[in-house]
Write a protein that binds this ligand. Structure first.
Ligand code: IFM
Length: 461
């Protein structure tokens, strides 16, 4: 399939996404407090190569150069997150005005060069001080978060018109409170369900606060979504396993927001979340967002497995099944984003879908000053082609953001998997635009025709 930017229409939002802890560095600069990630990276054997985000891309000091680069690359929208502990070093109470100044400078500079800021309020870096009080497992977080959201709106809402309340609640509660592989490293079903319920309350409450304070902004929140298929298509147990995994990883946070409650019918164990619910909570979980941010990277193949605690299902790694997978061991499967969009489109209450993240980590080939990342160029074309396919079928998708601008700190995987369309030399902080960055730039300038390979796609057969 051949396509150009024009095929998406003039109103379609194109951009790149980032997150504070992954790029900012300056972890203790100008009054910033410690976050759970600042602490977690100090623990032994939690992060590959003992990497940490203390400096990362030093975006705190290089933001002007990076925004100028965005401008040069014709990228009209920039998604970034606010570090809660830069604004409130202790989570609540006294404001750190140097933190406010930093974000004001960043927002102002974006606007000065004509780039729209898209701001995520929470991308996983909870102030440590609040963690010591129980963090996401403590229901008081609804009030703490409310104070933080209102403060963001007060100081930045005159200029920021696109907000995302949370980033991927399934990932930060699942990896951080059930598996213990992300900050704050807690484990167990109770911790997870408590954190999940409070995050779901906060995502709706955050939306309500933003809307009550500014009526002229567009409010959304983001979710990870992977298309799931059974290992053996006709096996009942595998199909039941798919339903459970789908309820957990794809539906658990979005359905209560849409007023549908938690999807406990397809995974009964999740009913235990009711232990953390107060009367009237079900209503409080719902809020009519202006848009939903969908983040898709791959598809998952699921098999029944009686030895897996609680869920009795296992995700089979891509490297055990296919040859085409990324450094994260995620299958390259472009139709996954099409399936994800179609699924979201089936939800009645979604007004608009924006793909707020999509991208891939591969080993880049460096020759002199050229960074050849053909695999990423192919990946982007193929996934964007699938977005167009869904759009042409009437799906209300109206934006696409590449994950990510700069190579950065990839959480537990450290700096090893490079996702950027711009290469970062972490010793010198030099930035080099990769071929994928050049490709995206030309595509956005509408000077080239993209082609997507329709691999594995039944819709074209
Ligand atoms: O780097 C992350 C990001 O923080 C959240 N979404 C997925 C990305 C790639 O793993």
């Amino acid at each position: 399939m051949l396509f150009t930017r024009k095929d998406f229409g003039d109103d379609f939002k194109w951009g790149v996404s980032t997150a504070a802890y992954q790029i900012e560095g300056a972890h203790a600069k100008d009054g910033k407090g410690s976050s759970i990630w600042d602490t977690f990276v100090q623990k032994r054997k939690k992060i590959l190569n003992q990497d940490h985000g203390n400096i990362a891309c030093d975006f705190y000091h290089h933001y002007a150069e990076d925004i100028a680069l965005l401008y040069k690359l014709n990228i009209p929208n920039f998604r970034f997150s606010l570090a809660w502990s830069r604004i409130f070093p202790m989570g609540i109470g006294s404001i750190n005005y140097k933190g406010i100044d930093f974000y004001n400078r960043l927002i102002d500079f974006c606007l000065e060069v004509g780039i729209d800021p898209w701001v995520t309020i929470y991308h996983w870096d909870l102030p440590d001080y609040l963690h010591k009080k129980g963090g996401w497992t403590n229901r008081e977080i609804v009030d703490w978060f409310g104070e933080y959201v209102a403060t963001c709106s007060k100081y930045f809402g005159d200029r920021v018109k696109n907000w995302m309340v949370l980033n991927e609640p399934m990932v930060f509660t699942g990896a951080g409170y059930f598996l213990g592989v992300h900050a704050p490293g807690k484990k167990g079903l109770s911790n997870f369900l408590a954190a999940a319920h409070h995050a779901t309350l906060c995502q709706a409450e955050g939306g309500r606060i933003l809307r009550s304070l500014r009526t002229d902004s567009s409010i959304g929140t983001t979710f990870s979504y992977s298309h799931i298929e059974p290992a053996r298509k006709t096996d009942d147990k595998d199909n039941r396993a798919v339903k459970k995994v789908d309820a957990l990883i794809n539906r658990f946070f979005i359905e209560p927001l849409l007023g549908m409650g938690y999807p406990t019918n397809d995974f009964r164990l999740l009913q235990r979340i009711e232990r953390f619910m107060y009367p009237q909570d079900e209503k409080k979980l719902a809020f009519d967002m202006d848009f939903i941010g969908l983040q898709n990277y791959t598809r998952e193949i699921v098999q029944h497995n009686p030895f897996m605690p609680f869920i009795k299902a296992k995700i089979i790694k891509a490297s055990k099944r296919v040859t085409n997978y990324t450094l994260m061991d995620w299958e390259v499967y472009p139709p996954s984003i099409y399936e994800a969009l179609k699924q979201y489109d089936r939800y009645e209450n979604i007004k608009e879908i924006i793909v707020t993240e999509n991208g891939a980590a591969f080993t880049d080939q460096i020759t002199g000053t050229t960074i050849n990342d053909d695999k990423r160029v192919r990946f982007l074309q193929d996934y964007i082609g699938q977005v167009l396919l869904a759009k042409n079928e009437g799906v209300k998708v109206n934006g696409y953001f590449v994950w990510t601008l700069l190579d950065n700190f990839e959480w537990a995987e450290g700096f090893h998997p490079r996702f950027g369309i711009v290469y970062v030399d972490f010793n010198t902080q030099e930035r080099i635009v990769k071929n994928s960055g050049k490709w995206y730039s030309h595509f956005l300038q509408n000077t080239l025709t993209a082609s997507s390979e329709l691999q594995n796609n039944e819709h074209f057969e």
